[in-house]
Design a protein around this ligand. Structure first.
Ligand SMILES: [Zn+2]
Ligand SMILES: [Zn+2]
Length: 139
């Protein structure tokens, strides 16, 4: 499994995490978000569990570990900062930014994204209106 797909899992799971009231996610929703099979999700979740990123809770719910949450926040942070950059500076059509941010989020280094955020005036929301997660060590 590539680094890219694990980061995409983390990011899509983060948006489910944001929507949930108790911080739990379930594999059906994850499969739906990523457009992959339930079997693929189980396989990835197993891997992420071994890597200490998620914890399984009863009733087949999944929760981020502390480490998993901070990695997920970081990918989502990159995604949303890039979205702001595409709209605010490059004037890219809002409808087209998700796919491009999805590609670029895997290539920006922590250092460059920090500089990009600063350049953009440390935005708090992405163009779709979502909160940009606060990354402590970036502030
Ligand atoms: Zn992506
Ligand atoms: Zn957005």
């Amino acid at each position: 499994m590539s680094k890219q797909s694990q980061e995409d899992y983390l990011r899509e799971m983060y948006s489910l995490f944001e929507e949930s009231s108790d911080g739990n996610m379930n594999s059906v929703d994850i499969a739906c978000k990523l457009g992959v099979s339930k079997a693929a999700v189980s396989k990835m979740l197993h891997k992420m569990k071994e890597g200490g990123l998620v914890e399984m809770t009863p009733y087949s719910a999944v929760a981020f570990s502390k480490q998993g949450l901070s990695q997920a926040e970081k990918v989502m942070y990159k995604h949303r900062i890039i979205e702001v950059f595409l709209v605010k500076i490059l004037k890219v059509d809002k409808k087209k930014i998700h796919g491009e941010a999805h590609a670029l989020e895997h290539y920006f280094s922590d250092e460059s994204i920090k500089r990009l955020a600063k350049f953009l005036g440390c935005p708090r929301n992405c163009p779709c209106g979502h909160n940009i997660p606060k990354i402590k060590k970036y502030d």
